[in-house]
Design a binder for this molecule. Structure first.
Ligand code: UN1
Length: 497
């Protein structure tokens, strides 16, 4: 219990009512090991109730003109703004990310609200010339109905806004399962929807596990679209099940993102970019940098400067603003990272810094892991291929620009990539040849802005995008409309003069 939060136990939000559930589990602050609140563990009956409410509400909501639907999102934006500091602190408490980053994440939600509200006055379709006289043709976006959102713990508010805001402005109703590790942002966002005047049933929140709540959503016949961000394994299972039902599914499942440092790069800038994208959020971002592909001519210099900069990173509770690296979300996340340290050592990579859990003093109660640097990794090692989701980065030396691009692309994921170079030709070649959904030049692999499409190639997803205007493609169908005002039967393809 904290002064920032006025309840001891969260409740589901179904049809505009706060519905208690008997079974619950604790939400732990990963920085201190203390319980913050209890989160419901719902079962499929809550999902059924939420979907029924959503289905009902959606019929009316779809008839509200889009600019008026957008008015609610403007209100949501203002309320997020008003509550930014309190929400950021709660976010740090449930997720662990340092306060500066938590503020950044809440800001992403604010930006998304105003951006998507603007779409209420656009939601463009197209008018198209018809091939026959006195005939009008157009295509327009229509809502898909009830959408199911399954969101992760690493960006509990930003990712929720990337998905729910476009869904709402497009005229859909939402059933949302947030991660049980970080339910407070969902609870707060639901309260904000309520206060902003969103009609009841348009957004419903059901707390609980993937195996109970998530599974029931994926199997529910009245949910038309599932939008999921999370692990590769879960995403693939969801896609298989949705495939059987011909249900549209949008997946975002992580990355193995690299920063390339060429021999002509500004090394100090590269070090800053790597540090920010490898150790921000303790490496628990889908976009986190976990490989550095470095030209052998500057490898020694980069290692030296990385080590120097890493020494200055203070690790600890994110509410203390002097800390730059917060905790790992939970024990199993920590164990996975430890396993990869052993794997890396056994594979023959050289451990230059970190590689251990912090177990003394203030850090004893939380899940802290030291920022870690391996060097002399090779492209095929498991630490250079698999997503670790922790503050672990591996340097892979290469001999040329071409080899760097090849190593970057030689993984199963394709979310984000970056290159540090001052050579204009390399910049243009790299942005063309790096096989990822997001490419940065002279910046790290993180820092996506909400009005651009977010997502990736290959194992990262299935071709859809979160955020940006492109997110509307997930939550709408295209309808083609032909209006013949000639007063006679005109047959397309046949009666063309
Ligand atoms: C994620 O990595 O899971 O680009 C989301 C970024 C943030 C969003 C990251 N704006 O780092």
């Amino acid at each position: 219990m904290t002064a920032l939060l006025d309840v001891r136990k969260l409740a589901n939000f179904i049809n505009g009512e706060w519905v208690e559930v008997n079974k619950s589990t604790e939400v732990i602050n990963p920085a201190t090991g203390e319980e913050i609140v209890q989160v419901p563990l719902s079962d499929s009956s809550s999902v059924d109730a939420a979907v029924a409410a959503a289905k009902d509400a959606q019929k009316e909501w779809a008839l509200v003109p889009a600019p008026q639907r957008a008015e609610v999102l403007y209100q949501v934006g203002y309320l997020l703004k008003e509550n930014k500091e309190r929400l950021s602190k709660l976010l740090t408490m449930e997720n662990g990310k340092v306060l500066e980053e938590a503020r950044g994440e809440v800001q992403e939600g604010i930006d998304m609200a105003f951006y998507m509200a603007g779409e209420g006055r656009r939601l463009f379709g197209q008018t198209t010339p018809a091939e026959l006289k006195d005939k009008f043709a157009m295509s327009q976006r229509v809502p898909v109905g009830v959408v199911g959102l399954i969101t992760p713990w690493n960006f509990p508010i930003a990712i929720a806004t990337w998905k729910s805001f476009p869904a709402i402005v497009a005229g859909n109703a939402v059933v949302w399962k947030p991660a049980t590790e970080t339910p407070i942002m969902a609870f707060e966002l639901a309260k904000i929807f309520e206060e902003a005047g969103l009609p009841k049933g348009v957004v419903n929140v059901v707390f609980g596990s993937g195996s109970a709540v998530g599974n029931a959503m994926v199997h529910h016949k009245d949910i038309s679209v599932i939008s999921f961000t999370g692990s590769n394994e879960t995403g693939r299972n969801i896609a298989t099940e949705c495939g059987k039902q011909l249900k549209k599914v949008s997946l975002e499942m992580g990355g193995k993102n690299a920063v390339i440092v060429m021999d002509d790069a500004d090394i100090d800038l590269a070090v800053e970019g790597i540090l920010w994208s490898a150790f921000g959020t303790s490496g628990q971002r889908c976009t986190a940098c976990s490989r550095v592909i470095v030209h052998e001519a500057v490898k020694g210099k980069l290692e030296e400067k990385m080590l120097e900069a890493m020494e200055k990173l203070s690790i600890g509770n994110g509410l203390d603003e002097s800390n730059k690296v917060g905790p790992i979300i939970n024990q199993s996340g920590l164990e996975k990272i430890k396993d990869y340290i052993e794997i890396g050592k056994n594979e023959g990579a050289k451990l230059l810094a970190g590689g251990y859990e912090l177990v003394d003093g203030e850090q004893k109660q939380g899940n802290y892991f030291a920022p870690t640097l391996f060097t002399d990794a090779t492209a095929d090692m498991r630490i250079a291929q698999e997503e670790i989701f922790g503050p672990v980065v591996s340097l892979i030396p290469v001999k040329s620009f071409e080899e760097a691009i090849k190593v970057n692309n030689g993984v199963e994921f394709g979310l984000s990539s970056s290159i540090f170079t001052n050579d204009a030709n390399r910049v243009f070649k790299a942005q063309r040849d790096l096989d990822t959904g997001i490419v940065y030049v002279n910046a790290g692999t993180t820092g996506a802005e909400i009005h651009l499409p977010f997502g990736g190639t290959k194992g990262t997803g299935n071709g859809h995008r979160d955020s940006g205007v492109q997110a509307l493609d997930v939550f709408t169908e295209w309808k083609a409309v032909y209006i013949d005002y000639s007063g006679k039967l005109q047959r397309a393809q046949i009666d063309v003069e």
